[in-house]
Design a protein around this ligand. Structure first.
Ligand code: UD1
Length: 371
């Protein structure tokens, strides 16, 4: 039985990206593929994220060329957004007929592109395959599971992700443990992040401030829930300044309250990625519901409190600096325990080494295997 991935030389690769975390995974792979003279790599942006601070700014910070095409789907319900991406992408895939379509992470653009490609018989490679929260109330979990089922190549960031795929009965010859490509990006921007010294720019002292980000619907869409979390941050801000770069979704909710709950908490717009890394690297503690930040803090050895009942990235708790907390009281306790801990410096996790993009390029183009 074939793995579904072409045995002949792969030359025409098409990446489909749509949201901020996708762009971070695309950047190092784009560079690795660019080095291969025989490979033609095109990029389609679905337009899921369209605000300049979530899209153009990231492309600029990561030195990414502008996408070849932008489908400009914008926001909508899950069905509207997924359907719009599918309808606009299909004719492009029919016209281009790439050898493989690359999809990244777990956003709606990932699932939509995987569905279109698989139904056209174009092999799909999934970067960041195998992560599982086992929480079906998260749209991302549905996107992950379905995308992995459709993919011919499953490129995993950690051994637990490989184990999840094997437990679901997916074929071992489709799975490659290539490591965490987010760390490739982090390592690329770290020198610029260190040089930009964002704490000074935001008026805080290195090691003596908290960075918070919240954007999951479960934390920000219900006013009572967001209020509970903002009250925790306000309490912490009596001892430690809190910088809160807000996603547009969160900013809209906070604006509705006219800043009533942000006393002592500095609510900022979405900030450039390099500045964000600079802040995170020097924070006393990070409070977040983002997936990428759980990984970045682990790599940097910065304590992290993840405001969720579960994580698809358990390695960040088992081997890193992450802890989970759900209720306001538990978040406050977790912040205090994190602050009492000594920082341990950079954590070493298997294949979180800045070489994941090169591994993926060699799987895609040279038939390399990483088990
Ligand atoms: C999406 C991903 C989430 C990821 C996050 C990273 C899905 C289901 N969710 O969530 O997994 O962690 O990106 O940021 O794909 N909006 C703007 N400007 C934009 C984009 C969105 O204002 O450029 C606002 C709109 O009100 C929109 C809302 O944010 O309705 C949500 O946007 P959407 O792309 O649907 O999901 P995210 O919350 O960004």
């Amino acid at each position: 039985m074939s793995s579904g991935y072409p045995r002949q030389r792969v030359q025409r690769i098409l990446s489909v990206v749509g949201a901020r975390p996708n762009f971070m995974k695309l950047a190092p792979l784009s560079r690795a593929l660019h080095k291969r003279a025989a490979v033609e790599h095109a990029v389609i942006h679905t337009g899921q994220h369209y605000a300049p601070e979530l899209s153009e700014s990231i492309f600029r910070d990561l030195d990414l060329a502008a996408p070849d095409t932008n489908l400009e789907v914008g926001s909508g319900s899950h069905a509207e957004q997924t359907a719009a991406i599918m309808t606009r992408l299909e004719p492009l895939l029919v016209a281009r007929r790439p050898d493989v379509v690359l999809v990244y992470g777990d956003v709606n653009s990932t699932l939509a592109a995987a569905l279109v490609a698989a139904k056209l018989g174009v092999p799909v490679a999934h970067v960041e395959a195998g992560l599982r929260s086992h929480d079906w109330s998260m749209p991302e979990e549905i996107n992950r599971v379905v995308t992995d089922r459709l993919a011919s190549l499953l490129l995993t960031p950690s051994r637990d992700a490989t184990a999840n795929l094997l437990a679901e009965g997916l074929r071992p010859d489709r799975i490659h443990f290539v490591g965490n490509i987010m760390i490739d990006t982090l390592l690329t921007v770290l020198p610029a992040a260190t040089a930009c010294n964002a704490p000074e720019r935001y008026g805080v002292h290195p090691g003596r401030f908290l960075v918070a980000t919240l954007h999951r619907p479960s934390n920000v869409d219900a006013p009572d829930r967001l209020r509970e979390l903002m009250e925790v941050l306000t309490t912490v801000s009596n001892d430690l300044p809190v910088l809160f770069p807000a996603h547009p979704r969160t900013a809209a909710q906070l604006q509705a309250w006219h800043g009533r709950f942000s006393r002592g908490v500095h609510v900022l717009g979405a900030i450039p990625y390099i500045e964000m890394v600079s802040l995170v690297a020097q924070a006393a503690v990070v409070v977040t519901d983002s997936g990428g930040l759980q990984e970045e803090t682990t790599y940097l050895g910065v304590p992290c409190v993840t405001v969720r009942p579960n994580t698809e990235r358990p390695i960040t708790c088992a081997e890193g600096t992450n802890r989970l907390a759900q209720t306001g009281g538990a978040v406050l306790d977790a912040v205090h325990s994190a602050l009492a801990e000594r920082r341990n410096g950079v954590r070493s996790i298997e294949r979180w080494d800045g070489c994941s993009a090169e591994r993926i390029a060699s799987v895609l183009c040279d038939g390399a295997r990483y088990s």
